[in-house]
Design a protein. Structure first.
Length: 85
């Protein structure tokens, strides 16, 4: 099970590299075939901060998304201007 080792790190990296809020749903628990999945659904802000998460099991999360914060981050780090085609 790599979820425990990598899930949060990878979700946070996607938020940072895209300067976007990321809502990451993740299945967790044991499956009929014996496979285990990590779970830990989460919402991460553009700076890579985990705003909330469901540790394990069934649940839901709710946060208020501050779009102005995202725009501030994007103005501070205008990575889209670095695109090359």
């Amino acid at each position: 099970m790599t979820g425990k080792a990598h899930w949060e790190t990878l979700v946070r990296a996607r938020a940072i590299e895209n300067l976007a809020f990321v809502v990451a749903a993740a299945q967790g628990g044991y499956h009929l075939n014996g496979r285990e999945t990590h779970g830990h659904s989460m919402i991460v802000d553009p700076w890579g901060t985990v705003l909330t998460q469901v540790p394990r099991g069934t649940g839901f999360v709710n946060v208020e998304i501050d779009r102005e914060y995202q725009q501030t981050i994007r103005r501070t780090f205008p990575t889209i201007d670095h695109l090359r085609l």
